[in-house]
Design a protein around this ligand. Structure first.
Ligand SMILES: Cc1ncc(COP(=O)(O)O)c(C=O)c1O
Length: 394
């Protein structure tokens, strides 16, 4: 692939050159069609070539492309109003930025300034991005070890374990606790029942800011608008990115007003953050999510997927566990999944991995019942082929 001449060896790449997409389908340069369960790592939330998003971008381009946040803009105002109208209770302020990592960086600074404390607590298995601050909160040593020293004063608690969390909190110094209600990169780990509520209570008791990273799990992905809705719990700061602007880069840090009030002019900013193209696309994406039945479809198709996958688990002993909510699904296998991913590509299905032995499904929320059936069928036949191969080799 000619791109490889220029892009170093930074990404695990697949031998497919994508040219175009519609809904949950993409086509390569040779015209071969794929069902997109990769979904741009969760970015293609509202589907490829979403009509609302495309129209909004085209309309905005004809007005103006860039307006810095030191000036006012009606497109931005419209987006902020819509976003805050949907936000979890108490989050009435927003800092707009350009990526997941940036949304996390802002949250870290806001929580530390507000509390005047320095200690940070994240979870084992966490993934919050790869800029220095976000990387410091990301658990996997594979990502961290070459870049030490990272930001100081980060402790990791075991996910879902209140004892472990209590043991790393310093009453005099912990500024915030950050967690993903469903951990994405570490294999779709759903918070155990009661955990989010308990963490909320503990943070309230100790005056610690609670940050939820819903960069992957938010905006309808799990069959509810916010992943934390599954546990009726709201954070003090909510980080969003990925599909929030229909595929155009945007990150958003939603904040309690008293927390944001602690930041003074110039202490945090972003040149591109809140640009009118992202905001126009963002309004269209939020409308698509809330008005076009996408959250309901995510719940329904997610259920269909998981039921079908449980049947495949009975048939194929190489499947260890199925996890997830809505259209955020992990399939843990008993061995590496690279060959399965390559086999699926041959059959016209793009899927993600999440660690070496876990398949991850993050399709656009517009995926149809027919697509789900086809994906399950493709996976069934790839697993059968794998088993035959292993039996012959074995
Ligand atoms: C939960 C979570 N947080 C943060 C990030 C980082 O986002 P970005 O790659 O846009 O910096 C990701 C990206 O996969 C993520 O899944």
């Amino acid at each position: 692939m000619s791109e490889d001449q220029f892009m170093g060896n930074l990404y695990q790449r697949f031998p497919v050159t994508i040219e175009k997409g519609v809904g949950a389908h993409v086509w390569d340069v040779d015209g071969k069609e794929y069902i997109d369960c990769m979904g741009g790592y969760g970015v293609a939330l509202v589907g490829h070539k979403n009509q609302r998003v495309n129209d909004a971008i085209k309309e905005q381009i004809d007005k103006i492309i860039t307006v810095h946040s030191s000036l006012y803009n009606k497109t931005r105002e419209e987006f902020l109003t819509l976003l805050i109208g949907l936000a979890p209770k108490g989050l009435t302020q927003v800092h707009l930025n350009n990526s997941g990592a940036e949304a996390i960086e802002a949250a870290m600074k806001f929580a530390r300034k507000f509390t005047g404390k320095k200690g940070m607590v994240a979870m084992k298995g966490s993934y919050h991005g790869k800029s220095f601050g976000a990387l410091s909160l990301t658990f996997n040593p594979k990502y961290r070890k070459a870049f030490a020293p990272l930001v100081e004063k980060v402790s990791f608690a075991s996910y879902g374990d209140m004892e472990s969390l209590r043991s790393v909190i310093d009453d005099d110094d912990t500024a915030f606790v950050i967690l993903e209600p469903i951990q994405g990169e570490s294999g779709i780990i759903v918070a155990p029942e009661g955990f989010l509520q308990e963490v909320r209570k503990l943070c309230d008791e100790k005056g610690i800011v609670l940050i939820f990273d819903e960069i992957q799990a938010g905006l309808g992905r799990t069959g509810r608008l916010w992943a934390c809705d599954h546990w009726n719990t709201a954070p003090d700061i909510l980080c969003l990115a990925k599909g929030i602007a229909g595929g155009v880069p945007m990150g958003a840090t939603l904040v309690r007003p008293d927390i944001l009030a602690s930041i003074t002019k110039g202490e945090h900013s972003s040149t591109f953050g809140g640009n009118p193209i992202s905001c126009a696309a963002g309004t269209a994406a939020l409308e698509a999510i809330t008005e076009d039945g996408l959250i309901e479809n995510s719940e329904k198709m997610g259920k269909l997927f998981r039921e079908g996958l449980e049947k495949l688990k009975e048939k194929h002993s190489m499947i260890r566990e199925i996890r997830g909510k809505g259209l955020m699904i992990g399939i843990e296998m008993k061995f590496e999944v690279k060959d399965i991913l390559m086999g699926l590509i041959k059959k016209g299905v793009l899927m993600l991995y999440s660690g070496r032995n876990i398949l991850r499904i993050l399709p656009p929320l517009v995926i149809s019942e027919n697509d789900v059936t086809q994906v399950l069928h493709a996976l069934d036949s790839v697993l059968t082929e794998e088993e035959e191969k292993r039996n012959v080799q074995g």
